[in-house]
Design a protein around this ligand. Structure first.
Ligand SMILES: *[C@@H]1O[C@H](CO)[C@@H](O)[C@H](O)[C@H]1NC(C)=O
Ligand SMILES: *[C@@H]1O[C@H](CO)[C@@H](O)[C@H](O)[C@H]1NC(C)=O
Ligand SMILES: *[C@@H]1O[C@H](CO)[C@@H](O)[C@H](O)[C@H]1NC(C)=O
Length: 495
């Protein structure tokens, strides 16, 4: 019976996971009315979920924001070296410099460097060299034998001449010489019949070996050409310079904004990120990016944990310099922020091309066991301090409901928000479109649904809520931004 129940539970969970897309989730009668007669229009700012009178209380934040670690990882940047010097430094520090592969093969190929071909050729060249040095003594021996034979032939000739001279005078002496000549002839015959052929056989063997090796080389060249054909077209070549994060890459000479491989922790495999090496002197790991709505951000917990989307695209130039829409992944983000003091930069753009930003000197994401609680501090910028202050259009409790600092991460299949925890009909992530550090619910919703053009209405929203890409303190609830990105880098005081 127990097993049966368990099985049923499993089936139910699987079914539930398949069915509950945030989009499809139906609130039924509880769904806010999408017209004039409801509260939706009365309160233009919609980020919060007001208390139903007399029945609910809002306890403020359930979790005190976790302490933010001190102790900087980096001193200030060294004074920039001249261009040539930085290239040398890069070669010196980076063990992969000039090499063929990255720390992890799964990270893709370095194409088209011809690196592997080069190393194959070098290996074969070594083989050929040893074969040729084997060949040398054989040739010397053969030359020696030929010289011997030549000498004997000469001596036979002189003997013959001697015999002709002597013959006329002394027939007896001639007989003696004839014996000698016959002996020598036998020696020559033996040399020619046995030593020469065996030497020639050895030489033939050596030549055959060389031929095989050359064949192998030809095959290697062919295989390289074949193997490189597809990856060369479809994958971005990855710069050889790598590091713990983009700041280290910057310090090692990686000054172009593009896709790199970072390896923050030797215990985990390296992975691809887009490094912004130009904004505010660079060193930024892009952890979140929206710019065209090409990637769906209404995703499950697991996907937010692992990350999703497109890191970068190849531009006309050689490397991947155009970032895609992506979420780096909560595990990666948590790991990066816990390496030391980390700052976060949130840049956004509206549909007219105006840009603002919000920056927090401190930004920490706890691990999955704490449901990735977020803590920020030290705001600066001109977009508005949504994370710490909430939505300025709201007052009192309503504003407190929209503060993100100290919140756990929620997705539509994992409810950790601060809106009646435990009530499956009250889940911010199901209504607001993406995974986020929802409170009850948000003042900022960078992972929300992408609305082309900016302004949208409760009628357009799936659940009548402000589920767009929202930063309330800049554009309010009913304006979905054209672009928004989040970048992190190690914080060091000298900046
Ligand atoms: C508003 O919604 C209610 C149902 O929730 C409906 O009866 C009413 O006609 C709607 N009013 C308008 C103006 O659409
Ligand atoms: C409410 O609906 C009426 C028509 O039913 C409309 O004239 C009015 O502008 C609406 N108000 C708001 C705030 O949308
Ligand atoms: C909170 O919002 C609700 C409706 O959205 C409103 O009725 C209430 O007055 C607000 N409370 C405060 C303190 O502004």
């Amino acid at each position: 019976m127990k097993t049966f129940l368990l099985l049923y539970l499993c089936l139910y969970v699987t079914w539930a996971q398949d069915v509950f897309e945030y989009d499809d989730y139906d609130l039924g009668s509880k769904q806010p009315a999408k017209n004039n007669t409801s509260t939706g229009a009365a309160v233009d700012a919609r980020g919060h979920r007001p208390l139903s009178r007399g029945r609910e209380t809002f306890g403020g934040n359930r979790f005190a924001p976790p302490p933010i670690s001190g102790g900087s990882r980096y001193r200030g940047r060294p004074t920039p070296a001249p261009a040539r010097g930085s290239q040398e430094a890069e070669k010196e520090v980076q063990p992969d410099a000039g090499g063929c592969t990255h720390a992890s093969e799964a990270m893709g190929v370095l194409c088209p460097t011809g690196c592997e071909l080069k190393s194959a050729l070098q290996k074969q060249e070594r083989n050929v060299k040893t074969t040729i040095s084997d060949l040398k003594p054989q040739i010397r021996e053969l030359t020696g034998s030929s010289n011997n034979v030549y000498n004997y032939v000469n001596s036979i000739f002189s003997s013959l001449r001697e015999r002709q001279r002597v013959t006329s005078n002394n027939n007896q002496v001639a007989g003696q010489y004839t014996d000698q000549i016959e002996e020598q002839h036998a020696y020559i015959k033996e040399t020619v019949d046995t030593v020469f052929p065996s030497n020639i056989r050895v030489l033939q063997g050596v030549l055959e070996k060389l031929r095989l090796k050359i064949q192998k080389l030809e095959k290697a060249v062919l295989a390289q050409t074949e193997g490189c054909r597809d990856p060369c077209i479809t994958t971005c070549p990855i710069p050889v310079v790598s590091g713990k994060e983009c700041e280290e890459i910057y310090r090692r000479g990686g000054r172009d904004s593009q896709m790199y491989i970072i390896h923050p922790d030797p215990l985990f495999p390296p992975y691809k990120v887009f490094c912004d090496q130009t904004t505010q002197n660079g060193g930024w790991v892009l952890i979140q990016n929206r710019l065209d709505g090409s990637v769906d951000f209404g995703r499950r917990w697991d996907e937010y944990r692992r990350g999703f989307g497109n890191i970068a695209f190849q531009s006309s130039k050689r490397f991947c310099e155009v970032p895609g829409e992506y979420w780096l992944g909560n595990d990666h983000i948590s790991q990066l922020t816990k390496m030391g003091p980390t700052e976060v930069l949130i840049e956004m753009e509206d549909w007219k091309g105006d840009r603002v930003h919000a920056q927090y000197q401190q930004f920490t994401i706890q691990s999955e066991t704490s449901n990735y609680i977020m803590a920020v501090d030290g705001y600066s910028g001109n977009a508005g301090n949504c994370f710490l202050e909430g939505a300025l259009a709201l007052y009192g409790e309503n504003r407190t409901m929209t503060i993100h600092n100290g919140m756990m991460f929620s997705t539509f299949d994992r409810d950790n928000d601060n809106w009646t925890p435990g009530d499956p009909s009250k889940q911010c992530s199901r209504e607001d479109g993406g995974g986020w550090w929802y409170n009850r619910c948000h003042s900022a919703n960078p992972n929300g649904r992408y609305y082309i053009g900016g302004s949208y209405t409760p009628q357009m929203a799936k659940h009548g809520t402000d589920d767009g890409v929202v930063w309330m303190n800049w554009k309010g609830s009913w304006y979905s931004l054209k672009a928004i990105s989040m970048k992190i880098r190690p914080y060091f005081a000298s900046r």
